[in-house]
Design a protein around this ligand. Sequence first.
Ligand code: AHR
Length: 522
Amino acid sequence: MWKQNLILSSLILFAGTISPAQNQDTPAVNQLVIIANHAGPVISKDIYGHFSEHLGTCIYGGIWVGPDSKIPNTYGIRNDVLFALREIKIPNLRWPGGCFADTYHWRDGIGQQSQRASIINTNWGGVTEDNSFGTHEFMKLTDLLGCDAYINGNVGSGSVREMSDWVEYLTSGSGSPMTKLRKENGREEPWKVKYFAIGNENWGCGGNMTADFYNNTMKQYSTFLKDYSNNQLYRVACGPYGDNYQWTETLMKDEESRNMFQGISIHYYTVVDGWGYKGSATKFDEREWFETFRLNYDIDRIIKGHKAVMDRYDPMKTKGLVVDEWGNWFNVEPGTNPGFLYQQNSLRDAITAAIHLNIFNENADRVKVANLAQIVNVLQSVILTKDEKMVLTPTYYVFKMFRVHQEAKLLNTDLRCENYVFGDKKIPAVSASASLDNEGKMHISLANLNPNKEIVITCPIIGDTYKTVAGEVLTAKEMAAYNSFEKPEMVKPVSFNGFKLKEDILTITLPPKSVVVLELKK
Ligand code: AHR
């Protein structure tokens, strides 16, 4: 009877999904109801994507050391980074920016490396960019990673011809001046390019355009981005920052425009206390810890706002939302170049990653791609390098733990949980999502945001029976624990046994400030 009531009330709840921000009242029990026999949309693996910009030491030093380096490398790409990224099953990599993309002229980065033009990286520190890492090197990187390429074209300071030539150079197998040039540069076969963005932040660093102006410009550019030799481009139109729904509306309401792209990007960074003093990545108090997560949760409201606009013009959900820049943005580490955006990464960032990835999973019907900013040595990185040393960050381990959700089916869940209260503000203390993979295994990912108390949560599993559970937990003694070059293993996942499964009810004890991923088998 109890179970029947639960099923009924769960089904009623699923008629309208409850977003974390609406979850205001602290319930007597913490409960995550999971409907195991009613799978939702597939969670696109590309939600677990990454972003590499010519910024600071992301590319140079972080990924590319050149074939003559003492650092072990494959065709100039450092091996330690390659192996670590393969482990997290990186699905796609965005390049060359960011703001850099709208200053990048791809022909500067092809041909003999010694002959390539040097330019000034005007966005990031004014340093000289020698273009030794260009199209061929990037495509080799994606090849070695076994991931898809996400290339960001230059609208701001480029031309239609330049962009259309780049796509032809990359993907065409026919005889043409562009394919001839590619072959002269050593690549016979065309590459596959999955994602291609038509500009970046064109409302800002990408040209300071209005939505209407960009919309028209995007249509012109997109007209000349052809699908060559069985390559099908997923064209990403530049979308807005945060909750500027008007920009999305401008692109979506125009039918001609809708035929010109497959996805719209949005960018959202968590910046505690505003863009001036953004706080330290490792020296913070509980107020900053709480504020980080309060702002992280906002991505759910922002996604739902854009979804509402898109649903009006595209109810069949043929267009994707591409969250191609997200993450925590703190002050740079003391003594580092302010233009290089180099920050450490703590347990707080790991929980941030879990919150975002759970929210992307939950919005899998519309969010098709997402890219953490950025992959190595910039902002909320998964990897930090210093000369020949490499450190895997707490964020890296969350991507490793959550990789089980890639291409799995989202399960309907209903989360009722207590709040984490700080001062006069409160946020849901638990973040969660669940999926079913194609071998019938269920994965549940959870985070306990409260640094001061463990949370016991019961998960009634409706509609199917599971026999075994195994899991991993990521936590640490200190909120600001991090992995340094001296102590690289301070924050690492370990095996977790804080659960009980009895009569289809899973009870989990989440340690304070932790991320947990569980695998259930029949
Ligand atoms: O990720 C750093 C910068 O943030 C990107 O270059 C730009 O797109 C955004 O403003």
